[in-house]
Design a protein around this ligand. Sequence first.
Ligand code: UTP
Length: 498
Amino acid sequence: MSHRKVPENIKKRLKKHHQEHLIAFWEQLDAGQQRDLLGQIEQLDFLKTDVSVEDFIKKASSAASTPADFTAAPFYSAAPANKAELFKYTQAVELGEELISSGKVAAFVVAGGQGTRLGLDGPKGNFPISPVKNKTLFQIFAETILAVSKKYNATCPWYIMTSPLNHNETVKIFEKNNYYGLSPEDIFIFQQGTFANFSFDGKILLADKDKISVSPDGHGGSLRALHRSGALKDMKKRGVKFVSYFQIDNPLVKIFDPLFIGLHALDNSQISSKAVIKAGPGEKVGSFCIADGKVTVIEYSDLPTKLACRRNPDDSLVFGLASIAIHIINLDFIEQLNASGFSELKTSLLSKLHLESSSHSASVSLPLHKAVKKIPHLDRHDNFIVPSEPNGIKLESFVFDALPLASKSIILQTLRGEEFGPVKNASGFDSAQIAKEMMICRSASWLESAGVAIPRKPDGSIDCVIEIAPSFALDRDDVKTKLNQIPKIAAGDKVYLS
Ligand code: UTP
């Protein structure tokens, strides 16, 4: 055992911020463990910790702030509504294709989450989901990126954000699968940051005698992680201007959508979003709205029921535009958020954002949201506790909280069946089973619109299993060019088109 003393400045800092228990086992640690623990304590942002304890742990609030006043957000509808829009959409598609072809767009997936609802061990990207071949989410996205590169004769780099919980495993999966046919130089895997976990009385939890208990800092942490990891630098070197952001758990996402990219660029938007129309007022999704003149997402838990149920004269929901976590983000905007010249925002948005006033060099700090969770930890008496009930608080930031920081932000509606089948739960709503069915339905719809007959049961449901590989078609129009390669499909068939 080492008898090295805890440095005085650390002792003082811990005392000042009421976290002295973090060194309770100091005497039992060897020199290496002591160094390691000191490093973790030094990394802690105590200012943020104090604010978090005050705001989220002592008070019952769930998020930094909810706007007091807001209206419905304008959006581009899924299909052009008139001649002028048709003209603009056509222009946008052309521009989007040009931007993809010239290597200005990078794919970016956030894959650092814990996937607790799915109950999966290991990275969610390794979850098998495709209906015939059982391809994993990673494989589907990799094949999509490969197909896009071929279609546009372009290099389409892929940035993958992991967390300390799944980074090594993710890297191994890519190595083992030979990067799914992509060039390893065009794949950049990097880790997001973490936040400490708290007990209900505001104490930072220990995972072990020498380990602070931490959780990934939320998908909002991606904006900082892109900077810190060097991913932004790498993008800049390649001439990338636009980041196509998506989540690991949506197998239907259209990663490179010329229309979306083109509208974003034509409108000089800094961060754009895709949306679907809510399934009903009670759907647990964030709603797009305008607050203080800025596009903002209000979480379902913060939208009063009365407003959630309010309807327009045509019976549509006033706040019926759901956020589906698909964005195009300007590289410049992410850089701007990370630059030290963030001071303007500091004054104007100080109430909304927890910005470190002692700020180190780079400081994008989105509002924090709290989640009450079961957090295994080591208690003061050296007992390792595996709670059966929620016992602590995790803090996260959300990427959509960057929307109001943009000078311009547009929204494009898309159709749920085309682009949004999240795999969140082990069963029921938003489950793998539903996502698989949605993949089959989308394939059937693409084939039917090209004139291919799809066997259906008397109740209208699809009577076969179909999987369209990205190499075969990336969208409905691609299918129309491959009609001669599509076999006749009979009831009960399993069809894989590649
Ligand atoms: P979710 O909010 O669904 O969280 O993440 P999750 O961790 O995957 O699943 P649960 O809540 O534990 O069941 C939405 C997306 O954001 C990513 C996830 O990987 C997923 O793609 N994410 C989430 C991160 O990359 N980092 C985080 O800290 C949180």
